[in-house]
Design a protein around this ligand. Structure first.
Ligand code: GLN
Length: 484
């Protein structure tokens, strides 16, 4: 069961070869058996899962079930789930039971899918290794010495070990694509505004976007169809009908113009990763794609700009965690100021505090023009680079991450090195573009991800290219031996 695609599971459920309750129990059993080694779940929602599965079975029986009905999934613990702990990987929300569902959770529930649990993540989605979680590091199923990437590392590890058929993630600077790359998965970060942010705990509101992490492009397309859609409760939600993301999977990619940015194949890239990407590019060429060298001249500025804008927005978003309204409260405060200081001091971990301090500084009077305003201006230049590029090519291709998964502990004390893990992913968020990571091979038994970047609302095109690539390769079908 754990090697089946979503369509195969859907057929099995509709043909009554297996019930949703049986399928759900199967994955709950795998979680119970394997997750001690990985720490990929913060909460397993066994009772909820079984009751949702029972309801799905009734729909399947009655013939009213949709395509995804009865299929289990895992949600990143950043999405509010009614009646279930929603921690965002933080001590601050360790006691928070969400009183409502995020729009994404609601839509997926309405599609009849079954929630297995909430996955581990970097605290407030700040990180690239899942080591900043209050609930401890997550291990990469390909090598438990290695990080799974972050911040959606729990979703990625759970999927790589086949503890769930599919999962949700969020991507502010790479948090869907980078863990997908490091764990050998297919992740899609949609165009900004396509997936509602309502009930998705905010990190940097102008960059955050939810999306699927999956075993292959077809599965990602199916879940994307359930996640996307206009939401009046999110003022940045795009008002447009939901596409059928599977409609173009089988289109030919002959004549597709693929742009290779010079800046994505230069100094910082591990040469072994570069070789894997070169082989993948040849595969697309064989399918009829043409290659074009392009320039994204402001690439070097993406990380510094992001580390002004993201902390600025997070310092504002996280001011709501004050020990009064909800979340962690310190013991025996002597007065209100002491309550604020100690609740925030004890509730947040050091990476979150670092970002709040950077953001508060960048936004403070006297520094706003020099940092925040300047960063916004460069952000525009970065978007312009992509605009130019998409006048020449249909998609942009490169590595997702400059290296394969690094070891737990290797970069945790060196924030700047850690921040460079996202050098190829961050510009996409600054521009609000869609992008994917798909498995393209291995270096020393650790997975390599290839990134595809599209123009605005070109998710179907990206999924098409990824699906065509996955018809002629089987990197996405590999399972780490201990979990096979
Ligand atoms: N790794 C980046 C950061 O630490 C991106 C995180 C994300 O996309 N949520 O901010």
């Amino acid at each position: 069961m754990h090697t089946k695609t979503l369509l195969e599971l859907s057929h099995a459920l509709h043909a009554r070869e297996i019930s949703s309750v049986e399928l759900t129990r199967y994955f709950l059993d795998r979680i119970a058996r394997y997750d001690d080694q990985l720490n990929s779940f913060i909460t397993v929602t066994e009772q909820l899962a079984l009751s949702q599965a029972t309801a799905a079975d009734a729909q399947l029986q009655a013939g009213t079930a949709g395509q995804l009905c009865g299929i289990p999934l895992a949600h990143k613990d950043i999405f509010c789930t009614s009646g279930v702990k929603t921690s965002c990987g933080s001590r601050m929300l360790d006691n928070f039971i969400a009183p409502y569902d995020a729009t994404v959770v609601e839509k997926i529930r309405d599609a009849g899918m079954v929630t297995l649990g909430k996955t581990n993540m970097d605290e407030f989605a700040m990180g690239s290794s899942n080591e900043t979680s209050y609930y401890g590091a997550v291990k990469n199923p390909w090598d438990t010495q290695a990080v799974p990437g972050g911040s959606s590392g729990g979703s990625a590890a759970a999927l790589a070990a086949r503890l769930a058929p599919i999962a949700t993630g969020t991507d502010t600077g790479g948090s869907i694509r980078q863990p997908a790359a490091l764990c050998g998965l297919t992740g899609l970060k949609p165009t900004y505004g396509l997936v509602s942010r309502y009930g998705m705990i905010a990190f940097a509101s102008s960059l955050d976007q939810g999306g699927p992490i999956a075993h292959n492009a077809e599965d990602a397309a199916l879940l994307m169809g359930a996640m996307a859609g206009f939401d009046p409760r999110d003022s940045t939600s795009l008002e447009r009908p939901v596409e059928n993301y599977t409609a173009h999977l089988n289109d030919s990619i002959a004549g597709l113009k693929v742009g290779l940015p010079k800046e994505y194949f230069s100094d910082g890239l591990d040469p072994e990763v570069g070789k894997v990407i070169d082989v993948a590019i040849k595969e697309l060429e064989k399918a009829g794609a043409t290659l074009h060298e392009i320039r994204l001249p402001n690439t070097d500025l993406a990380v510094p700009v992001y580390y002004i804008i993201a902390p600025a927005e997070c310092s504002s978003n996280l001011s709501r965690f004050d020990g009064v309204r909800y979340g962690y409260r310190c013991k025996n405060p002597v007065d209100l100021i002491d309550l604020y200081k100690r609740s925030r001091g004890e509730g947040f971990g050091s990476e979150v505090k670092r970002r709040i301090m950077i953001g508060t500084y960048a936004l403070s009077a006297g520094y706003y023009d020099a940092y925040y305003l300047k960063a916004q201006q460069i952000r525009r230049l970065i978007s312009e680079d992509f605009k130019q590029a998409f006048q020449q090519v249909d998609v942009i291709l490169g590595p997702t991450s400059p290296t394969v998964a690094f070891n737990i502990g290797e970069k945790v004390d060196d924030p700047v090195t850690m921040y460079l893990s996202d050098i190829y992913t961050i510009a996409v968020n600054l521009a609000g573009l869609p992008a994917m990571s798909i498995p393209a091979g291995f270096v020393k038994q650790r997975p390599v991800g290839m990134q595809l970047i599209g123009n605005y609302l070109q998710e179907s095109k990206l999924l098409n290219v990824a699906h065509q690539y996955q018809q002629v390769t089987d990197w996405h079908k590999q399972i780490p031996t201990p979990f096979a």
